[in-house]
Design a protein around this ligand. Structure first.
Ligand SMILES: Nc1ncnc2c1ncn2[C@@H]1O[C@H](COP(=O)(O)OP(=O)(O)OP(=O)(O)O)[C@@H](O)[C@H]1O
Ligand SMILES: [Mg+2]
Length: 309
């Protein structure tokens, strides 16, 4: 279903070597012992990486993470996509959930069929969640979105049932199959996004270097606090600085303000700006197969998300 070649979904031995801080030849040797076979390719499949890292004592988290920001264009979808794909390359079992009716995440993963069932079909009990899951690649599944989800807010608010549980309750049924469930959202403070927050163990808020994104971040954080209190939730909040441009003062100033204002919740890694990011999402090519400097940025924040740092 995906337009990506299989090896674009795999981590290279040399990337694993720099992660494990040992030479590639050592990684290969360790993998051959764990997998009990000769490794002939310069990469490992997700399930192979999983066996290797488990044998090295790494523990995969079990989390529902949503990426939210009421301001548009701050790299929510780009971050969900790249962090999810990279996590799968590190052996995590990933479910993407696209809850933005723009369906950019679904398109980027090569799922463009408007007739596929989406979350509104789950909410209206036409489909089970299992029927909405699409296989993308080994370790990567997707519940796609489409314009049909644009009525989801109204459906939730008109429903007599407990609308705020409409994301959490169905996910409970399939949660055990995944390490990470990553939810991409529309730029809004909507009922759907409240239901997403109720389902989240962690909310990542991308912010980029412009004044409006920064104002949006403050507004979004206070909204999340209200939801936390009203629904007695316990999720954590992480801020991810994106589109950092080292040549621009605004980037330095706003990153500094984020460090001062949100020291505890700011992710250690940040994402630099790069024209290649646009191209990878559009062409369905993996960022990790190329040489973009942003590859290292998303690699680092993925490790942070996995607790592998
Ligand atoms: N690091 C980056 N460098 C340069 N461009 C980027 C970077 N990250 C994202 N972009 C570009 O910025 C635009 C917005 O990104 P993206 O669609 O991920 O944002 P979004 O927050 O999901 O937007 P929306 O709110 O509309 O859903 C896209 O064209 C994307 O290719
Ligand atoms: Mg988006």
């Amino acid at each position: 279903m995906s337009t990506l070649a299989q090896q674009e979904f795999c981590i290279t031995l040399s990337d694993l070597a720099s992660f494990m801080e040992i030479p590639s030849s050592e990684v290969k040797k360790k993998a051959e012992v764990v997998l009990q076979k000769k490794i002939r390719s310069p990469w490992l499949l997700p399930e192979e990486v999983r066996s290797l890292l488990l044998s090295e004592g790494y523990v995969y988290p079990r989390k529902v993470i949503s990426v939210q920001m009421l301001k548009g264009g701050v790299a929510k979808t780009t971050s969900v996509l790249n962090m999810g794909l990279r996590a799968a390359m590190y052996g995590a079992r990933v479910l993407f959930v696209d809850l933005d009716q723009q369906a950019n995440l679904s398109f980027a993963l090569g799922v463009e069929d408007e007739s596929l069932p989406v979350w509104v079909d789950i909410a209206e009990k036409r489909k089970s969640i299992e029927e909405c899951v699409r296989f993308v690649e080994p370790h990567v599944d997707l519940i796609p979105s489409s314009l049909n989800n644009s009525v989801l807010d109204r459906v939730l608010l008109n429903s007599n049932r407990n609308w705020a549980q409409i994301v959490k309750t169905p996910l409970e049924k399939i949660k055990h199959r995944y390490d990470l469930i990553l939810i991409d959202t529309a730029p809004a403070l909507s009922a759907v996004n409240t239901a997403v927050t109720v389902a989240s163990d962690e909310v990542i808020l991308p912010v980029n270097p412009d004044k409006f994104a920064f104002l949006g971040l403050h507004k979004n954080l206070s909204e999340l606090e209200d939801i936390k209190r009203d629904f007695e939730l316990n999720f954590s909040k992480k801020i991810l600085f994106t589109k950092f441009d080292g040549r621009e003062n605004t980037s330095h100033e706003l990153l500094q303000r984020c460090i001062e204002d949100f020291e505890d919740s700011l992710m250690k890694g940040y994402i630099r700006t790069s024209s290649e990011v646009k191209n990878t999402v559009r062409s369905g090519k993996s960022l990790f197969a190329g040489k973009s400097p942003v590859k290292a940025d998303y690699d680092f924040v993925t490790r942070e998300m996995l607790g592998f740092v």
